[in-house]
Design a protein around this ligand. Sequence first.
Ligand code: SRM
Ligand code: SF4
Length: 556
Amino acid sequence: MSAEAPVKLSHNEEIKAAIPTLAGTIAATIADPTTDHFSDDDNQFLKFHGSYQQDDRDLRKTGKKYIMMVRSRVPGGVMTAQQWRVFDDLATTYGNHTLRATTRQTIQFHGIVKSNLRPVIKAINDALLSTLAACGDVNRNVLAPPTPAYTPAREQILADCKKVALALAPQTEAYHAIWIDGEQLDLEKPEHKNFVDPLYGKTYLPRKFKIAFVIPPVNDVDIFTSCLGFIAVIENDRLVGYNLSVGGGMGRSHGNEQTYPRLADVIGFFPPEKVVDVAKAVLTIHRDFGDRADRKHARLKYVVAERGVKFMQDEVNRRAGITLTPAKPYQFITTSDLLGWRKAVDGRHFLSLFVESGRVKGAQKAALREVADQFPKIEFRLTANQNVILANVSDTDKAGINAVLTAHGLKTENQTTVMHAAAMACPSLPTCGLGLAESERMLPGFLDRIEKLLAEVGLAGEEIIIRSTGCPNGCARPYMAEIAFVGKAPGRYQVWLGGDVAGTRLNKVWKDVLKEADLETEFRPVFTRFAKERKAGERFGDWCSRIFLKEQSATN
Ligand code: SRM
Ligand code: SF4
């Protein structure tokens, strides 16, 4: 621990220390038919098991209806067709008939009542995936590039992603006991009472921890927003090592200047065989130096911001037994997925399907289910842009998949407009307890209005990366977007402008409050100027950053 003056630990620290297996009284509450929800403390433990207690906010007026969100852990976003079938069944049988493809390559289920929680989590485990550590103060799902188009080295990077995910998984027996065996751990037994996780210790991390792998020039995981990033350096299609990035993160709170989005720093290069040691080194730096008193200030990004790059380099070198060398040159050019049918580097085909705001439902859900039934050898890959890729498709399967999708009315080419394709929205209402304004349900309509406005000023078909979140926590990584709508109150959004297409620049606040009804009046003059003043081919975010935001800050 750091040598600073003693501080009052947050309540979460106290409960982790009291029950380091993270068992709480979850199993007992599940077995209790007289209650439909968990206590506040159990709700904190539940997160480590991959579930959040929520209530349907649309129904609040008629009384609180408790529902659980379950988040799976899917390293690199790779699922078999059989796993997709299981997930599809679970969403239909126990959830709200939708699958949510998240911004971190996992699937979330919404609307699960307490009595169905165990069947869902057990079925996910039976399908050889897990929910352990999908949430909580631990390492979360590890991201890896999902698109098989660029280099065969992707397979090595995916293997490293899985290796790191496994090495950083918590070791508590409570998860197996509760969800697989259906039993409460006997917390009086010394091995449970005195349990200490070999990597995390008794109190785990001060806060969540996020890792991503990326292959330049495609930044399809928004690498600089992760606590820890492995930027692959590839020569002649061979992985020669990783540039290491540390200290990225999006979360902030309105009106609290001490919290802010931050881009990670690239602090050096190391050889690939050290990837697990380096992951453990960075994670334990967070464990040992993160703020355990104030959860709003507890992410690794604040350790990096306050202690500096040299501190991180020295600690990583010491803990991982390496010597970081200067980072190798790299460049990012895009954050997008390649929508439509493409050829993979191994000659097979893959199809990237656009999923509006990450919500797989209706005809799309039915079509994907049928594809999984009929083509058991293909892979389903989740992208960090909330899309789904059907991969490892043979020539013959390609025609069959097209037939299934067409029968359900789905398109494989020109699936949507460039504006919708580039956008992301977090769930917010009605499930997220932290949402201050609509997001997923609002954004598609906003995009249509913006497209209309752009057409009016002669910019029809312009691609602008637009992201929305219902609060400032940043789940759809809004602070990287060219335009971001960040919820403040019902129908009111803070607007941020100026991110770039490669995911290398944070945007800045333009309007503290924009009323939903004022979208056109506020944006019309800005788009009109952009149309007149942009350089040839210049993107909206780049123009905002080069001219517009500078003028704004000069006049403020
Ligand atoms: Fe998130 C909390 C949804 C990616 C930053 N996030 C939440 C919760 C669990 C709300 C809560 O604590 O009660 C949301 C559940 C809503 C619901 O109804 O499902 C939620 N976060 C999501 C997902 C589903 C958004 C999506 O559109 O896909 C993403 C699930 C990822 C996954 O599969 O693991 C999701 N969250 C992110 C990201 C993006 C990323 O990781 O690339 C971020 C910003 C990056 C970062 O961590 O800095 C993010 N979520 C947060 C925060 C702010 C953390 C902070 O540093 O302050 C919270 C609030 C918190 O932890 O207290 C949060
Ligand atoms: Fe909820 Fe806020 Fe995350 Fe949206 S950004 S899902 S409103 S926590």
